[in-house]
Design a protein around this ligand. Structure first.
Ligand code: DAH
Length: 375
């Protein structure tokens, strides 16, 4: 090959490199020149056939061309990269004034009742209680008789209780009017009575359980709905007394209302399944139109409790001369209304998405004693 041809080839390659518009074409050009079968490599392979004098002249020229081509390709590569980046920066725009898309984990809301049940469970778990549950459709025996309700007790009346039609055996089931029948179920399970087979957890005396769940009464106004929620508590062993009951309730109420101190008072009351029976009032402040728990000089009735009646222990198969303990029951919906300032209970069950978005809780904000109950 003559000098002229070499020069022409060099110019051609260099102008081709400059004209290349994308990195794929540049790569093709590189293979076509410097690759094994490329035009520059082909020139190099002619060196072997040249006379030593010719090789002395042509060798450095061809090698110089090879190096120049390699350098120009590299330069063009850098240029193309810069052009590509420039184009991307121009086309990819972020409008920072656009509203954020909510993350999938932050949509949906936990209903205040579920939240409060989780809060109550977290507090009582911290005190060593387990959770027990029972069915919504209950027998007359467990809802009333075993709980020491006399046959003519007014709570059995039609206007309070939703009864089902009697079955073929004449047994009249009902929608449980309170969570107290789960006390009997739990104690019978502890006592290994066969009727309690449905309970899957293994609870044995000493018993420390809470029993949250749905309850039903024929009633409806601003603070009553035909379906509502209660949580029952039960502690049974050989030595438990009212002092323990008072401590448990105080600790629970302090944790639940997230206050450092709280005053409670016991008022004598009557429930067929406890003796003595008491109602518990919690200290509150009603001035300023807002209810504040744990402050002020007013009192608010918050729950019922007492020492489990010997007849109830007996009905559940436990010997009242060996075992004793306390029970308590409270309305979950009412606790939620008090803590989160909701005025009308009926709205809880209207399934209005605006209400749940306002009063509901974020799915991943789970209440724990260490992380905070409601934060
Ligand atoms: N079962 C009662 C009710 O529905 C509440 C209650 C009161 C439960 C006292 C108890 C208790 O366990 O000891 O009104």
């Amino acid at each position: 090959m003559s000098d002229i041809n070499l020069e022409q080839l060099g110019e051609q390659i260099l102008s081709d490199i400059k004209a290349v518009k994308d990195k794929n074409a540049l790569e093709q050009l590189r293979v076509g020149t410097l690759g094994k079968k490329g035009s520059v490599s082909a020139l190099l392979s002619t060196l072997g056939k040249m006379s030593p004098d010719e090789r002395k002249i042509m060798g450095p020229k061809i090698n110089a061309l090879k190096q120049q081509v390699a350098k120009e390709i590299e330069t063009r590569q850098t240029e193309l990269k810069a052009i590509e980046l420039e184009l991307r920066l121009k086309s990819e725009k972020i409008d920072i004034s656009l509203p954020l898309q909510p993350a999938p984990t932050s949509t949906g809301r936990i209903h205040p009742v579920s939240q409060v049940i989780d809060e109550i469970s977290a507090i009582f778990s911290g005190m060593g209680f387990s959770i027990a549950e029972g069915p919504d459709i209950e027998t007359d025996e467990l809802n009333f008789t075993a709980l020491n309700f006399p046959p003519d007790h007014p709570a059995r009346e039609m206007h309070d209780t939703f009864f089902f039609e009697p079955d073929e055996n004449g047994e009249r089931k009902l929608l449980r009017t309170h969570t107290s029948p789960v006390q009997i179920r739990t104690m019978r399970k502890a006592n290994k009575k066969p009727e309690a087979d449905w309970i899957t957890s293994t609870i044995e005396p000493p018993i420390r359980v809470i029993m949250p769940g749905r309850t039903y009464r024929c009633d409806s106004d601003q603070t009553h709905t035909p379906m509502f929620h209660q949580v029952e508590g039960l502690v049974i062993d050989k030595v438990t007394h009212i002092g323990h009951l008072r401590w448990v309730l105080e600790e629970f109420l302090k944790s639940f209302f997230e206050v450092d101190n709280i005053k409670i008072r016991f008022r004598p009351s009557f429930f067929p399944f406890t003796e003595p029976s008491m109602e518990v009032d919690v200290q509150c402040d009603r001035s300023g139109g807002e209810m504040k728990i744990g402050q002020g000089t007013d009192w608010l009735e918050i729950l019922g409790c007492g020492m489990v009646h010997p007849n109830v222990l007996r009905n559940a198969g436990l010997d009242p001369d060996v075992y004793q303990g306390f029970a308590f029951g409270m309305g979950i919906d009412r606790l939620a209304m008090l803590k989160y300032g909701m005025a009308d209970l009926r709205a809880f069950f209207d399934a209005d998405v605006r209400w749940i978005e306002h009063y509901g809780f974020r799915p991943l904000d789970m209440p724990t004693l260490f992380g905070g109950l409601s934060s």
